[in-house]
Design a protein. Structure first.
Length: 277
């Protein structure tokens, strides 16, 4: 086998104890939330915030992420299927005339997750009376960038959200998909991009005064993360959705454009507005 081609056929189960199994994808999600919580705890301590508010913060984040990601998959990418299988939106079962089958939740959308996180943080801010929701956004995106890396690694273990065929002696052969030709490891492209974004956000937060500009770090996150997503979409297999009606770009690219524009706007406005104190 060519040195630039990897044959990939992992066991999707990271841990198995009798009938109980934890899949790599689930493990990556858990790591994302755990490490994200630790990052936010350090930020709260550094900025003298009440760490007692971190537990409800985590609850809001988990619920917002999962519900938003699921609904994003349903309405952005796969409504043709789910409109006839409404129970499967929130139940991990496939139900038909032959009975039911446990299939887990197949499909989570990063764009939907972003919307879910934004809504959940706004609700958190209202309930716990923070002075500025942008202060929370400017901090949480540091953890979210790293979490995005873990999620894409989980996708790689699942052999899903794959890239297009490379038509060359480079790429990954996803044997679990019964394939024989190499594809772009699009999941790893995104994961590496999100890792670099995390490093950049850490630098901006710790080494510059830009974290004191309202919404700047949040805008930087949105513009770069979805810029990465927009670029990687060119080598990613189509996942269906609104691209069939709109054309030109993929569904992922169409959904990324508003976030990029919002991000650039927040950065521009943030340069003119600072937090008090």
């Amino acid at each position: 086998m060519n040195d630039l081609i990897i044959e990939w056929s992992p066991n999707v189960k990271a841990i198995s104890i009798g009938p109980i199994a934890i899949h790599w994808y689930s493990l990556m999600f858990l790591l994302a939330f755990y490490i994200g919580f630790k990052i936010m705890k350090k930020i709260y301590v550094k900025e003298n915030k009440d760490i007692a508010l971190l537990d409800p913060f985590l609850v809001h984040m988990v619920v917002g992420t999962i519900v938003g990601a699921r609904l994003g998959e349903v309405f952005f990418y796969n409504w043709d299927y789910f409109q006839n299988n409404l129970l499967e939106i929130f139940l991990p079962f496939k139900i038909d005339s032959s009975g039911w089958e446990f299939i887990g939740f197949r499909g989570l959308s990063s764009h939907g997750a972003t919307v879910g996180i934004i809504i959940s943080i706004i609700l958190y801010k209202i309930r716990y009376k923070y002075d500025s929701v942008l202060w929370i956004f400017d901090r949480i995106v540091i953890a979210v960038a790293l979490g995005g890396m873990f999620v894409r690694i989980g996708n790689f273990f699942n052999s899903e959200i794959v890239g297009k065929y490379t038509n060359s002696d480079f790429g990954v052969i996803f044997l679990n998909r019964s394939e024989v030709l190499p594809r772009h490891p699009a999941q790893l492209y995104e994961a590496f991009g999100y890792l670099l974004l995390f490093i950049l956000l850490i630098f901006v937060y710790n080494k510059t005064k830009l974290s004191q500009n309202k919404g700047f770090v949040f805008g930087l996150f949105l513009s770069i993360l979805f810029g990465i997503r927009f670029i990687v979409e060119y080598v990613k297999e189509s996942q269906g959705g609104i691209e069939e009606a709109l054309g030109i770009f993929s569904t992922g690219q169409w959904l990324s454009i508003p976030f990029i524009l919002i991000g650039l706007s927040l950065m521009t406005l943030g340069l003119k507005n600072k937090y008090n104190g």
